[in-house]
Design a protein around this ligand. Structure first.
Ligand code: ATP
Length: 366
């Protein structure tokens, strides 16, 4: 069993840089937690504080419920994997994986057995006699993983372990890593700036910006109901459409969202009405994912937004339409479009948002 809890953890470096600002985060036993955010947002510093490689300036790091602020790294039952692998070039793959076991005095026979178990789980059983220089990048990464796993740590800490690999291998290894850690039941904290990695691998994602934790939740939660505008704009490709709107609740029980040059009328029994009704009289930001907007003919009845297609972008499995709806441009996934849509022209948009958000505030740039 292995859990991590960060309580109001702050890290201020000597030069005054606030790398981590009052973070609270719980990682459950066996959970795969991904720390996601742009470069410099403090992810690695959080990981290094969990590992004991940096001391928090304030706050508490708890491992298995015990205060660990003063626990040396070697007593934390953790294994770390970094992007630069750090294998011993003069040792064979087998000796590299066996190294931590040798250090802790495991006898040769059980040592060999553990190494071959781990190597076959990682699909590198046939390269045990080679040196790291004779391996591909992906194989080297698996050896680094193997060396981390072999001691059966309670907690895995991984800092961008796939960032030096090409995209095909990255996709393959991310499935392997998350599969393997789940199989082993090891609690994992995984740092990345790659949202595809975060959304595909994580049980829960913690999104950081400038040292501050913005949102924590399952991939579906943070994608579908982001807690802040920053998260709404940061997650997803294409980016979420964010439109400013004024909310008016009408006494005869419907809600108008005034989007500038056009308005949407939402009946009272529409769950989207209730989501925004208590912002009556206020300006809010409404978030709509491209895939939540369905193109329809411009004269369709109901809550239809009207736009003029500026251009279409074809991506093979989908096409994105970029539309002007008054002063604002938005993107729409054209998957649901009628056959042979005209390349440009008027278009209605319907089904505004199973993912419509009630995000207050101004749109922010990530
Ligand atoms: P990346 O993805 O680029 O590794 P990150 O999100 O992991 O970024 P950190 O490495 O945790 O970010 O750095 C957070 C902030 O703290 C950055 O502004 C960085 O420049 C700063 N920082 C990191 N280490 C130190 C240090 N030893 N002294 C001063 N500032 C530091």
């Amino acid at each position: 069993m292995s859990t991590v809890a960060l309580k109001d953890v702050t890290k201020i470096f000597k030069d005054g840089t606030v790398a981590v600002d009052s973070i609270n985060l719980d990682v459950n036993d066996g959970e795969f937690m991904v720390l996601l955010g742009p470069s410099g947002c403090g992810k690695s510093t959080v990981l290094r504080m969990i590992a004991g490689l940096e001391d928090p300036t304030q706050g508490a790091v708890l491992l298995d419920g015990e205060l660990a602020n003063d626990l040396p790294p070697r007593d934390r039952k953790i294994a770390m994997v970094f992007q630069d692998f750090a294998l011993y070039p003069h040792m064979t793959v087998g000796d590299n994986i066996a190294f931590p076991l040798r250090l802790s005095g495991v006898e040769p026979a059980p040592r060999g057995e553990r190494v071959s178990d781990v190597a076959s789980a990682l699909g590198i059983g046939d390269v045990l006699a080679r040196k790291p220089g004779q391996l591909s990048g992906g194989q080297r990464q698996r050896v680094a993983m193997g060396r981390a796993i072999v001691r059966r740590p309670g907690l895995f800490l991984m800092d961008e372990p796939l960032s030096n690999l090409d995209s095909g291998l990255r996709a393959e290894l991310r499935a392997e890593i998350s599969g393997l850690t789940r199989e082993l039941g090891v609690t994992t904290v995984y740092v990345t700036h790659d949202q595809a990695e975060a959304l595909t691998m994580a049980d829960r994602v913690a999104i950081m910006r400038r040292g501050v934790l913005q949102d924590v939740g399952t991939p579906t939660q943070v994608y579908g109901r982001p807690a802040t505008l920053y998260v709404a704009a940061f997650l997803g490709s294409p980016r979420m459409n964010l439109l400013e709107a004024s909310v008016y609740v009408h006494l005869d029980r419907y809600v108008t969202l005034n989007l500038g040059e056009q308005s949407l009328y939402l009946p009272w029994n529409d769950i989207r009405s209730r989501a925004v009704a208590h912002y009556h009289g206020e300006r809010i930001v409404v978030g709509m994912r491209a895939e939540a907007l369905t193109p329809v003919s411009p004269d369709s009845p109901g809550d239809v937004l009207h736009g003029r297609i500026r251009y279409l972008e074809h991506h093979g499995h989908e096409s994105l339409a970029f539309l002007d709806i008054g002063a604002t441009a938005i993107m729409v996934d054209e998957m649901g479009a009628p056959l042979d849509p005209p390349p440009v022209g008027q278009r209605g948009l319907r089904r505004l948002g199973s993912v419509m958000q009630r995000l207050t505030g101004k749109p922010v740039e990530p």
